[in-house]
Unconditional design. Structure first.
Length: 246
């Protein structure tokens, strides 16, 4: 922990000591005294500095980990997480939003292949069940941290998509470049626990909370041009919505 970070404990207060420690570290993070990526002293050193027991410090650290402010990394220690990505809900791609926010997006293409459309996907895209469609799976990074697992299904022939293109540009940018005029999308946002595979890809524990987003995008002729089912690390990602009175 930075040397100039002071934690003042009121031992006569009814507020638990672990919570006092956690709240003061959280406030230091909000002020910027502890920058994203900053490492904290280990639990033994922190306990010694503050005159507290190790279980008390461990409880404070775990509280902040659960809130998404700190992350434990094997071989590195406890670090302040990189700033949470806040994304407005609009018809834009995650890649473009991250780039505009200066979050250094990167992409690993896990799958890009034609597949027969299952019944639900076929219905959404307006094709026959079993018809060939394009399946795309990507792992998206922001500021070097895995952020989201993205699954997309598209009609065959919309655009020539190559892994190299998808690693350096957003899907919507590539579709627009191919002449696809996306106009409107239906979107549903939810949450669930991470599966074992998702936890491994996102470097989270199994069962960690994930935000989910299911979106179907239509062109200016009303044709479905893309269906996506994505999961995001809730500790690093949030969605912002502006509400207008009518």
């Amino acid at each position: 922990m930075t040397a100039n970070l002071a934690i003042d404990l009121d031992r006569s207060s009814p507020v638990p000591l672990y919570f006092q420690v956690a709240e003061q570290i959280a406030e230091a993070i909000r002020r910027g005294d502890l920058a994203p990526g900053a490492r904290l002293d280990n639990e033994i050193l922190l306990a010694d500095k503050l005159g507290l027991s190790r279980p008390t410090i461990r409880q404070a650290i775990q509280y902040l980990v659960d809130k998404g402010l700190l992350v434990r990394k094997r071989g590195v220690g406890t670090q302040v997480v990189h700033g949470q990505v806040k994304r407005s809900v609009e018809l834009s791609s995650l890649y473009d939003d991250l780039r505009r926010a200066g979050q250094e997006p990167a992409t690993q293409v896990l799958a890009l292949e034609p597949r027969p459309a299952e019944e639900e996907i076929a219905r959404v895209l307006g094709v026959e069940t079993g018809a060939q469609i394009l399946y795309l799976e990507r792992l998206r990074f922001a500021a070097g941290e895995p952020l989201a697992v993205l699954h997309n299904w598209l009609p065959i022939g919309l655009a020539q998509l190559r892994p190299a293109d998808l690693e350096g540009r957003g899907l919507y940018e590539l579709l627009r470049g191919a002449g696809v005029r996306m106009r409107v999308a239906n979107q549903r946002i939810g949450a669930r626990a991470a599966t074992q595979t998702e936890a491994r890809l996102l470097e989270e524990r199994r069962g960690a909370p994930l935000l989910t987003m299911i979106r179907t995008t239509y062109d200016d002729q009303g044709r479905a041009v893309e269906h996506g089912s994505h999961v995001y690390r809730a500790s690093l990602y949030s969605l912002e919505v502006t509400l207008i009175e009518r």
